[in-house]
Design a protein around this ligand. Structure first.
Ligand SMILES: Cc1cc2nc3c(=O)[nH]c(=O)nc-3n(C[C@H](O)[C@H](O)[C@H](O)COP(=O)(O)OP(=O)(O)OC[C@H]3O[C@@H](n4cnc5c(N)ncnc54)[C@H](O)[C@@H]3O)c2cc1C
Length: 407
């Protein structure tokens, strides 16, 4: 067909969400030929997370992305504080005194994390990179010769032209309902639908004046609320709510939202909020990450309850490990080598991540059953951390993403 196009890249990246976009940028100086497909042309949803932890900041620096995030307005966050209903500080957890290379979180709007990364990929002069966007997926061909992985993908662009891609390796970052995961027959045994959806509320821009950008947790006898900074002095609140309350929140006036929030934390009864979005929460964890020449990364391989704020962080950390295991560009024609490298990646990383995912699921279940009481239940633990230097250190290192480096 005259309008048919063909690509045979070293690597096909599926999806240009946080995982796909940062991988595209992370690969830009490594000499591979890359095709990336993305089916949406709109920006990512800004409310889907904007905090990246110190361990991921280390990756971003290694990939020469970090300074561009700061150029785009990223800000540092140095810790979190917990107050009781009398306004007394119960606990302060900081990261800026930890013995790690980048002792801070960064805050950058979700859509900017992806767009800055994609722009780096698109503007790298010697990068053999093609972003096909928006395209719709017509067909995924799985074959014996790719050992159950992707042999060929056919997509259509907006002009209805068919584009055939025959990758040597596919990185599927197509999110929690991944079609590539299904097409390759990955099993998802750990599957759970949490009962409480999440509502995200935004406060007014420019209101926060804290140069440390700390998360403020307000604990009260009726529950608790975390005020989480966004860039530009804005802040947000994420709440687990009952499914049947979604319409109440959707229709709520400013005054009604004040009352709803006051039920959880009286300290915040006068704040101004707008509803940014509602999110059903699910657990989907693939039993394995690799099928032949195809690997799952990000939410496609494992979702994480948003109360934990770790989905992007885990996606980027796994991606960083994956990139360390890839064969050299000149060896990508060797499918056996490609498959072995992917298996080694899975072997080295999955057991560590699985352990943390199990913890996250426990936290998700806890959020489902005791969201309002969880804050006050945390008080004894926070008081313990105040007294025990070693436990305090371990807690802060874990929050910073360095749990696996603790002995
Ligand atoms: C309310 C909320 C708050 C959160 N807060 C945080 C936080 O603070 N920190 C944190 O680390 N995580 C947070 N998360 C989790 C985080 O948003 C996700 O883990 C992360 O965005 C997943 O990125 P991804 O690239 O794997 O998937 P996605 O972001 O879902 O991206 C997948 C991409 O693939 C594209 N796609 C899908 N199918 C196809 C196809 N067939 N062909 C081509 N393209 C396709 C989609 O259009 C999309 O762009 C939060 C989540 C929620 C809901």
């Amino acid at each position: 067909m005259s309008n048919e196009k063909n690509y045979s890249p070293d690597i096909l990246i599926v999806g240009a969400g946080i995982a796909g976009a940062t991988i595209a940028a992370g690969l830009r100086k490594k000499g591979y030929s890359i095709v990336q497909i993305e089916n949406s042309k709109s920006n990512l949803d800004t409310a889907r997370g904007d905090h990246l932890g110190p361990r991921v900041v280390e990756v971003l620096d290694k990939w020469d992305i970090l300074k561009y995030f700061f150029d785009a307005g990223a800000e540092k966050r140095l810790g979190a504080k917990w107050f009781n209903s009398n306004g007394e500080l119960i606990h302060h957890s900081s990261v800026d005194d930890l013995p790690i290379p980048f002792p801070y979180f960064i805050i950058l709007n979700h859509e900017l994390i992806a767009s800055v990364s994609l722009n780096l990929a698109l503007n790298e002069s010697k990068y053999n990179y093609k972003l096909l966007r928006p395209v719709s997926l017509d067909k995924i061909v799985i074959a014996k010769e790719t050992h159950g992985g992707v042999k060929e993908v056919i997509v259509s662009n907006q002009k209805k032209e068919k584009i055939t891609i025959k990758p040597k390796l596919t990185i599927a970052c197509d999110g929690r309902s991944s079609r590539f995961r299904s097409a390759c027959g990955f099993k998802v045994s750990k599957s759970y639908n949490y009962t409480k959806p999440f509502v995200v509320l935004f406060g007014p821009k420019g209101e926060l004046k804290d140069p440390r950008n700390e998360i403020i947790n307000y604990i009260s006898p009726v529950g608790g609320v975390s005020r989480i900074p966004r860039m530009g002095g804005q802040w947000k609140i994420g709440l687990a709510i009952e499914k049947e309350d979604i319409s109440t929140w959707k229709k709520s006036s400013l005054e009604e939202r004040r009352n709803l929030i006051a039920k959880r934390s009286e300290q915040l009864m006068n704040i101004e909020t707008e509803v940014a979005g509602f999110y059903p929460v699910i657990r989907r964890e693939a039993d394995s990450w690799v099928k032949g020449n195809t690997v799952l990364i990000g939410d496609a391989s494992h979702t994480i309850h948003p109360a934990r704020g770790q989905g992007m962080n885990f996606g980027i950390r796994c991606a960083a490990k994956l990139l360390d295991f890839l064969p050299e560009p000149q060896d990508m024609h060797n499918i056996e080598l490609v498959i072995n490298c992917l298996k080694e990646f899975e072997f080295s990383e999955k057991p560590i991540v699985d352990k943390q995912l199990e913890e996250n699921h426990k936290y998700g279940l806890y959020t489902d059953t005791s969201f309002s009481s969880r804050f006050s239940e945390e008080i004894p633990h926070l008081e313990f951390l105040n007294k025990n230097i070693e436990a305090n250190f371990r807690y802060r290192m874990t929050m910073a993403g360095y749990a696996d480096r603790l002995s």
